[in-house]
Design a protein around this ligand. Structure first.
Ligand code: PXP
Length: 250
């Protein structure tokens, strides 16, 4: 890393540790035998140097549960970023939980993962109300959006402090070897957002292969990475998986 240059921060999304647990214990409401322990996994991520932890409480609670998030919030020394849809239930949950930040995402029941960015033009008034409510309670809002000019301009108008650029299309393209167009969209998006005063985060589909390229994004503040780190931790352990990602970012 260049001297004086700020390191890109790493937020670890621990949802898929809970996916593994839910695969077996979905039907056990007490979860007495539940493993792996999501809180323990999360604290190991923090001990390995993660700058923050992200958890996405989905409407169908298919991975982390509300109790996981409450336990993590109480035990975490760093920051908790709650990913959520703009539903009334989730807004109430966030206002009660008071995480450091929320990241607003679109949510479709049938999707396997968050498929596209939040459409700020279509959901402008709703998002404006959430940004305002969070701000009033000292919670920062991040908007998960595609690297699209109109969406980025809308994020700035909405006065959200942060955006998270959706890197999914780039990550898929990277795997196929033809990624220059997707890269240009991301880089231009980051430039535009920074020029409009937005803090630029990014996430989705980032792995140990594409991370070096991703860190070349201009004005990058933080990356949110989940699936790849959880997968790698099966082979090398959680702390090694987080440390290896951190050293790729440095
Ligand atoms: N950022 C957002 C907004 C997401 O929805 C997700 C997936 O839950 C991630 C980052 C992490 O993506 P991945 O698991 O592919 O690293």
């Amino acid at each position: 890393m260049e001297i004086g240059k700020k390191r890109v921060l790493l937020g670890v999304n621990v949802d898929h540790c809970a996916t593994l647990r839910q695969a077996r214990y979905k039907s056990d409401p007490e979860q007495v035998l539940a493993e792996p322990n999501v809180l323990e996994f999360t604290l190991l991520c923090e001990r390995a140097g993660a700058d923050g932890i992200t958890m996405h409480l989905r409407e169908d609670a298919r991975h982390v549960q509300a109790f996981d998030i409450r336990q993590v919030k109480d035990a975490l020394k760093t920051r908790l970023n709650l990913e959520m849809a703009c539903s009334s239930e989730m807004i109430d949950f966030a206002l009660e939980l008071k995480p450091h930040s929320v990241c607003l995402v679109p949510e479709k029941r049938e999707e396997i993962t968050t498929e596209g960015g939040l459409d700020l033009l279509k959901n402008y008034d709703r998002v404006a109300a959430v940004v305002e409510a969070m701000e009033a309670h000292g919670i920062k809002t991040s908007l998960f959006i595609d690297p699209d000019e109109a969406q980025i301009k809308a994020a700035a108008e909405l006065k959200a402090p942060w955006i998270e650029l959706h890197t999914g299309a780039f990550s898929n393209a990277f795997a196929s070897g033809k990624w220059s167009e997707r890269w240009a969209e991301l880089a231009q998006g980051a430039q535009l957002a920074d020029g409009l005063g937005l803090v630029v985060n990014a996430g989705h589909g980032i792995n140990y292969e594409n991370i070096k390229q991703i860190t070349q994004l201009p004005h990058l503040n933080e990356l949110n990475i989940g699936h790849s780190i959880v997968s790698q931790s099966l082979f090398v352990g959680v702390e090694r998986a987080v440390k290896d990602m951190l050293s790729s970012i440095a």
